[in-house]
Design a binder for this molecule. Structure first.
Ligand code: ACM
Length: 521
């Protein structure tokens, strides 16, 4: 068992000291001006833990002090924590590092103190010295609010749980065949029509539930999400999936498609053959959507999708063939990269970097500064790195947490593959060839596609505890990752205190299986 009290992810260096710091009476908390946002968050965490926090001016004696000092680590997310019987000092190499330190202190509190209920008493922190920095700069979790919409409060909770695990990216999959979740004022029918489907297939293919499903985020909702994430130093990567996965768009604006035929917002899973037409009108539509993302999401990255774009409609369309030849493309198949290159250029002109699923490497490819989320397998990551792209390891065989956790019949209905906790524990994210290739592995990302995860409750059950292991693959050095199973019981007490619906280590809850339609399947 590690020397430290079950921290997840494992920190780089932890030295236990004897004794503890008891946070009793009025506890003074001070911070440098630049450390103030993290100080506010820590004050909230401690207050909820029953501590009587009193913010004091910088330089005044304080039991808890927060600083930023770029000299302590070469990595901006590096931090130090120094806890004695008298005080706790948190130092971040940047505001990002300090935000990570706050989450580690949150884990050092007794698990009970994480409850969202009023607590009385004086929680202790163990005396210790921590020096820590992440292995990778991109540690993400992808949430699919398109297949099943999540209300704002559930998105905020997901962000907070990501922060607890020192993740720094939340990728929001905002659009798909089954629903469009973003208000775009130039195209009001997206919010009005494309955001709702009439009903949803039950299980894989067992009839329909007869219940409309939908919802979308207003600009005010997005601002709330971004602000909440920013206080935790988490970047939201918004995704609009183009030029495929747009059946919901075509339900509202059929003129943007290849056939002009009306379609419905898709009620079943799988890949729709309805894709955008390669027209100026469709390109203008896409750019007007990007305008909204650029305005609302301040982060450096915008994900433009690019996965699973059937060429069926383009191959059957004389207009698409004429367009491809006018553009000097070898075939209609290259319309995909033409379209996405146009969006890349538009984003670049607005100071944003495009991100896409690994199919963007096919049929013409993309400019080398496009980031690739490599999902189909490590070989696609290597293909991207070879072409000079920076790559996020989102390998489906390891990081698709919507896949089942085991072959136990009590597991909820899920995608057909199995990803066990052990599979993730033994995962080395960086392909062996990576150090010799021009592109860089930026980090790792877990995916929570939501076809079979209809509510936040099911999302949590799929996510935890496997997300703990993905977070650790992104943060911790390989040699520190060996004892996660020893640390998890202590960590699961924290998740229990937070009310997280995690899957027990011993196996699935029998009652969980009914929740996603399995019994009707
Ligand atoms: C994907 O799973 N289609 C990225």
């Amino acid at each position: 068992m590690s020397e430290h009290p079950g921290l997840v992810p494992a920190p780089g260096h932890y030295r236990a000291r004897t004794g503890q710091l008891t946070l009793e009476g009025r506890v003074g908390l001070s911070s440098d001006d630049s450390a103030a946002p993290s100080a506010t968050l820590l004050a909230e965490i401690l207050t909820r833990a029953g501590v009587s926090v009193q913010v004091v001016a910088p330089g005044e004696p304080a039991t808890v002090a927060l600083h930023i000092d770029s000299g302590i680590s070469a990595q901006p997310e590096g931090y130090r924590i120094d806890i004695t019987g008298e005080r706790a000092v948190l130092t971040g190499a940047s505001a990002d590092g300090l935000a990570r330190a706050v989450q580690t202190v949150r884990q050092l509190l007794p698990a009970d103190a994480l409850r969202h209920a009023p607590v009385t008493g004086a929680p202790p922190l163990p005396c210790c010295e921590i020096e820590d920095a992440p292995r990778f700069g991109w540690r993400g979790v992808h949430i699919d609010v398109a297949r099943h919409f999540l209300p704002v409060h559930s998105v905020l909770r997901s962000i907070d749980l990501a922060a607890l695990h020192r993740l720094n990216v939340v990728h929001l999959h905002l659009t798909d065949d089954q629903g469009w979740r973003l208000d775009v004022p130039t195209h009001p029918l997206l919010a009005e029509r494309a955001s709702w489907r009439a009903e949803t297939v039950v299980g894989r293919d067992a009839g329909f539930d007869g219940t409309p499903h939908g919802g979308y985020y207003s600009a005010a909702d997005i601002r709330e999400i971004v602000e909440y994430a920013s206080r935790r130093r988490i970047t939201i990567v918004p995704e609009v999936d183009l030029p495929g996965h747009v059946q919901s768009v075509l339900a509202a604006y059929p003129e943007l498609g290849n056939t002009g035929q009306p379609v419905e917002v898709r009620r079943t899973w799988g890949i729709s053959e309805n894709v955008l037409a390669p027209t100026e009108e469709a390109l203008t539509f896409a750019k007007e959507v990007l305008d909204v993302l650029i305005e609302l999401f301040p982060g450096p990255w915008v994900h433009i999708g690019g996965d699973e774009v059937p060429r069926t409609e383009w191959r059957a369309s004389e207009a698409a063939a004429a367009r491809a030849s006018e553009l000097g493309l070898a075939s209609v198949d290259e319309l995909q990269s033409w379209f996405l290159r146009e969006l890349h250029a538009y984003l670049a002109a607005h100071g944003r970097r495009a991100v896409g699923w690994d199919e963007i490497l096919d049929d013409g490819g993309m400019p080398a500064d496009t980031i690739v989320t490599a999902w189909r397998g490590a070989e696609h990551a290597v293909q991207g790195l070879t072409a000079g792209h920076d790559v996020v390891m989102a390998t489906k065989w390891v990081t698709y947490l919507d896949y089942a956790s085991s072959d136990d019949p009590d597991e909820p209905i899920a995608q057909r593959r199995i990803i066990t906790l052990a599979d993730i524990l033994s995962w080395e994210p960086e392909p062996a060839e990576a150090p010799d290739l021009p592109g860089q592995v930026l980090g790792v990302q877990a995916q929570l596609w939501s076809e079979f995860l209809p509510t936040a409750r099911e999302v949590e059950y799929a996510a935890f505890p496997r997300l703990c292991a993905v977070a650790e693959a992104g943060w911790s050095a390989p040699e520190s990752r060996t004892d996660l199973m020893d640390r998890l019981p202590a960590h699961l007490s924290r998740l229990t205190a937070l009310g997280v619906n995690y899957r027990p280590l011993a196996g699935p809850h029998p009652w969980q299986r009914g929740g996603t339609g399995r019994r009707r399947h």
